[in-house]
Ligand binder design. Structure first.
Ligand code: ZN
Length: 154
């Protein structure tokens, strides 16, 4: 499969996350919840986030199934959003989308992506880009719904 042709370092990070996805827990009464499905390879992401008293991600729960790229990206997402506010999650998602679209990013922006940078190798397999973005689509949907209900207009 395509993973075999990815750079070794990238592949190791991705496989580690794909084999043992982080934050696979139930999060009762979440503040943010988003779901996304990619029927092409049976990818499914169900993301639940409970915010703490300071409005930052306190508990994160991920239920995922599907291909290795989808699961790895979802797992990395859960680690990347630990302790972040909804606004910070949103800008992280935008930076990750820019990375996957091959748009230029400043060194600071690249640094802020941490291990997520390993997924840039997936760009060479356009059909897999959707897999890498699926968890982020779920996050963005969750944030959108949260902002709609969380910040009612006067
Ligand atoms: Zn996939």
């Amino acid at each position: 499969m395509e993973l075999d042709r990815l750079d070794h370092i990238y592949r190791d990070v991705i496989l580690d996350h794909a084999r043992s996805p982080r934050h696979q827990e139930e999060v009762p009464d979440p503040d943010i919840q988003g779901d996304a499905i990619n029927p092409f390879c049976g990818d499914e992401i169900h993301l639940r986030i409970k915010l703490g008293p300071h409005g930052r991600a306190l508990r994160i729960g991920l239920q995922s199934s599907g291909c290795a790229i989808c699961q790895a990206s979802g797992s990395m997402l859960t680690e990347a959003i630990e302790g972040k506010s909804p606004g910070e999650m949103e800008s992280l998602a935008a930076r990750f989308r820019a990375l996957m679209a091959g748009q230029p990013l400043s060194d600071g922006d690249l640094d802020s992506l941490g291990p997520l940078r390993s997924l840039a190798g997936v760009r060479e397999y356009p059909i897999r880009i959707k897999c890498a973005l699926l968890a982020w689509t779920a996050l963005e949907r969750g944030l959108e719904a949260y902002q709609r209900q969380g910040a009612p207009r006067p």
